[in-house]
Design a protein around this ligand. Sequence first.
Ligand SMILES: Cc1ncc(COP(=O)(O)O)c(C=O)c1O
Length: 365
Amino acid sequence: MNVPFVDFSKQYQSVKEQVDAGIKSVCERGAFILGPEEKAFEEAFAKYCGVKHAIGLNSGTDALFLALKSVGVKPGDEVIVPSMTFIATALGVSYIGAKPVFADAEDDTCNIDPESIKKVITKKTKAIIPVHLYGQSATMDPILALAKKHGIAVIEDACQGHGALYKGNRVGSMGDAGCFSFYPTKGLGAFGDGGMIITDRDDLAAQARMFRDYGRTDRYAHKFIGYNSRLDTVQAVVLNAKLPHLDEWNNMRIKHAAYYAKLLKGVKGIKLPTVASDRNHVYQTFAVRVANRDKVIDGLKAKGVGALIHYPIPVHLQEAYADLKYKKGDFKVAERLSNEVLSLPMFPHMTKEQIEYVCMALKEI
Ligand SMILES: Cc1ncc(COP(=O)(O)O)c(C=O)c1O
């Protein structure tokens, strides 16, 4: 048996009719940027997240970059980001010419540790970016309290957390802004790149809307130097068709995670993901922790199981950030996690047999 890391072919079948008809209509009209489908998706996604505004963009990376710009982060400012994340969390900070300041991870949730944030706040800190890693919210209350106390903005990186809840709140809705990616493998994935900023703040929404569209106030009137970062109409068609299924697909992921946990319970050398009691986990990524990870991943590949590592190098040790002069040992938890985490196949339409095969392969290895 082969078990791919992800397979969205069945998911496509469940929305095919609406997607195909919608794309055909866009092609026939020949209007491909923003448009009524995009506006409808912004409205639906804002409602789903329980916020006032949603601004469709071309990627999650741009969502982070433009959210930081929209809250007024400037060159030379500092922005606190977790080291245990995808590098894009820090890239938006760097695009501005601001400085990413890294913080360590919590051992249980793998998310940014509020205690570590406390240690690196300075007078130059303008924002914190908690990441809802793998599909489980960061520990938001202490982060929001710290931000309030110091007058710092909170920009949530919800690129892996579509639909996840923290104390009943959707991730992305708790800070000044929330940033989403619609990269195809995400919980809500487009058929290409896409992203979104959500916010309750009118000022921030107005800024972000102009930034994504050349700083435009009218067709050929430009208030400041903006960017070209808009959500394509065909991607909005796909996302409109998929959004009503998001909760159902997240629940399918949650069921698969429970089945994995049942089959892997007590297996020596494997630690299952921990879910904190005040939030849920939507398992955009199902990351276990293993000893001898290289051996395990090679063994899984030999048995036809797709497995990946998210992420093998913590961002403070990436060559791209060598100039910041971080060194091994600076963030012990993030460094240990990056040696142990192993992402197993996870997608809503996977079968019981596929999960059983992955677990059998893991046990044999
Ligand atoms: C945590 C995190 N932040 C940011 C991004 C960037 O999103 P995108 O690939 O849409 O630019 C991703 C996804 O790739 C991500 O997983």
